[in-house]
Design a protein around this ligand. Structure first.
Ligand SMILES: Nc1ncnc2c1ncn2[C@@H]1O[C@H](COP(=O)(O)OP(=O)(O)OP(=O)(O)O)[C@@H](O)[C@H]1O
Length: 263
């Protein structure tokens, strides 16, 4: 693997007596799509939130291009080049599509974030260019509240890309989407990260998305990394099969075409 962009070592977090994340190590290279999977309660969100700074790690290091992120607040981590999309879309329904992107650009430029009306004239051309990257240039003047769900997710991606992150964290990016929409969004993500060399860490319950689009997969169970490798390696791993068989989910290629695994 090329020199990692993100390097995580000995990451731990407990809640009371629960070892939610119990000594996790992994690397992520620029341009790589890395999936973080595991049954419910495995520690995916906790890991994710420690990388993004929403949760403070009890122990361990999280280095982005050699810079320590552990202990920094989310805003500082964002400034260092870590973008994020959320499971529940974080857009302003009362603004137009273009204004939502302009708000992100305002924030990036350290202008006053709360004054949404200032967004209307701010870097509109740049906003439209970002929308073009996610094939939404025709929807710039549409109210955000009128968008179809798949379009909201694409808009979120444009917003996350507005400050050109080196690492993009995507929390269940395809939740609630139809199979066709899921693959379209991940293909778009792949195209954008290839063009820009962004690294992506994503949590995902839909195995079809993981096996079709991830370069590598990390499998967590009870806070520990039980396997990592290519989708084919992970799918063939007996321990992974055991963990998922307990949930009734199938990891065989045929079943992976449409399977959502809920833990
Ligand atoms: N704020 C919290 N307080 C107490 N316990 C927590 C908290 N957050 C997570 N946990 C516990 O830590 C463990 C890991 O939870 P986490 O949400 O990271 O798992 P997950 O893999 O993201 O699960 P899911 O797929 O259900 O979202 C679980 O046992 C959970 O109950």
């Amino acid at each position: 693997m090329a020199e990692p962009l993100l390097s995580v070592r000995g990451l731990r977090k407990s809640f009371g007596g629960v070892h939610a994340v119990d000594g996790v190590d992994f690397d992520l290279a620029a341009g790589e799509l890395l999936a973080l999977i595991g049954p419910n309660g495995a520690g995916k969100s906790t890991t994710f939130n420690m990388v993004g700074g929403q949760l403070r790690a009890d122990a361990g290091t999280i280095r982005l291009a050699g810079r320590e992120l552990a202990g920094l607040p989310p805003r500082a981590i964002w400034r260092l080049g870590v973008g994020r999309t959320f499971q529940i879309a974080q857009t302003f329904a009362s603004l137009t599509v273009a204004e939502n992107v302009q708000m992100a650009l305002l924030s990036q430029d350290r202008k006053i974030y709360g004054l949404w009306w200032r967004a209307a004239g701010h870097r509109r051309a740049d906003a439209l260019q970002l929308l073009a990257q996610v094939d939404m240039q025709a929807l710039g003047d549409a109210p955000c509240s009128a968008l179809a769900y798949g379009d909201v997710k694409r808009l979120e991606l444009a917003i996350a890309l507005a400050h050109r992150p080196r690492l993009l964290l995507m929390d269940e990016p395809t939740a609630g989407m139809s199979p066709a929409e899921r693959h379209a969004l991940m293909q778009l993500t792949r195209r954008l990260v290839s063009e820009q060399g962004t690294a992506v860490l994503f949590t995902e319950h839909s195995m079809d998305v993981v096996f079709a689009h991830a370069d590598r997969v990390l499998v967590l169970a009870r806070g520990r990394l039980i396997a990592q490798g290519t989708p084919a390696q992970v799918r063939a791993d007996p321990l992974v099969q055991q963990v998922y068989l307990g949930s009734g989910a199938m990891l065989a290629p045929a079943a992976a075409q449409g399977g959502r695994v809920d833990g």
